[in-house]
Design a protein around this ligand. Sequence first.
Ligand SMILES: NC(=O)c1ccc[n+]([C@@H]2O[C@H](COP(=O)([O-])OP(=O)(O)OC[C@H]3O[C@@H](n4cnc5c(N)ncnc54)[C@H](OP(=O)(O)O)[C@@H]3O)[C@@H](O)[C@H]2O)c1
Length: 282
Amino acid sequence: MTANSEKTTLVLGGTGKTGRRVAERLTERGLPIRVGSRSGSPPFDWEDRSTWAPALDGVAAVYLTYYPDIAVPGAVEATRSFAELAIRSGAPRLALLSGRGEPEAERAEKAVRETGARLTILRSTWFMQNFSEDYMLDHVLRGQIRLPRGDVPTPFLDADDIADVAVEALTDDRHVGELYELTGPRALTLAEVAAEIAAATGREVDYVPVSLEQHAAEAAQYGAPAEVIELLTYLFSEVVDGRNAGTTDGVRRALGREPRDFADFAREVSASGAWDGSAAHR
Ligand SMILES: NC(=O)c1ccc[n+]([C@@H]2O[C@H](COP(=O)([O-])OP(=O)(O)OC[C@H]3O[C@@H](n4cnc5c(N)ncnc54)[C@H](OP(=O)(O)O)[C@@H]3O)[C@@H](O)[C@H]2O)c1
């Protein structure tokens, strides 16, 4: 069953929202890992191709997550080139984290598939952890989720579920060739997200609808880099249009169990202190 049990798995973004969880799970199973990120050893940087081969040295499998986003210009070419190099380096087993409902992400999936890699695709909706470990945390801490398109329901997915699927994919050959479209069990509007967080924390958290322009201006005011604002504006304007509102059976198909609900996620994050500003949770 375990094709790569003794050899190292390279976990790209291994300190990020899903990668950190994948690295923890593989380590708990006693499987060797290498974190592939700028702070890894050796360092891995998508922007510096001279770092790719050293990171792949002695590696048999890769959790492939592109940064900053698989839908940005350059991602198709970079993920294709990386996958080709991985195969040449003796790591043909790849689990690719992709984005749901994004034509650019599907082009990257196709490019990686065409390399002949022994591939599993995790095509995921938005993560719940964007509200606890990424830019939406600041909105929660300020008590106002000020984002555009909040009336469009999104079936947010727990990064722990993604990590469980990724680890299964990387350790069990029956997932080779599978494409798992992954969502949580229930689509929520941002007003419903705010209500869940308020219920879990006992704090006042509201959703405040803002235009795309207002959101971009406020993000800049809070110091978000221009490329991040550009990416968010693209996602909110092009992708958040209801096409991703439906739920899927991807987690059940991959793991034989249901994905975790937002209310359970919210209770756990609240208990960790991340939403009262007292914990370093990012
Ligand atoms: N967030 C979502 O809701 C969502 C949904 C679906 C799909 N995705 C996909 O998930 C992928 C990761 O997105 P994320 O938002 O979850 O980010 P993330 O994994 O939390 O991103 C942070 C990770 O990327 C590493 N990193 C940053 N710059 C890097 C660089 N130049 N080269 C190599 N590694 C770098 C960071 O480590 P260092 O700082 O040490 O480099 C860290 O490990 C993207 O491809 C995105 O399209 C995200």
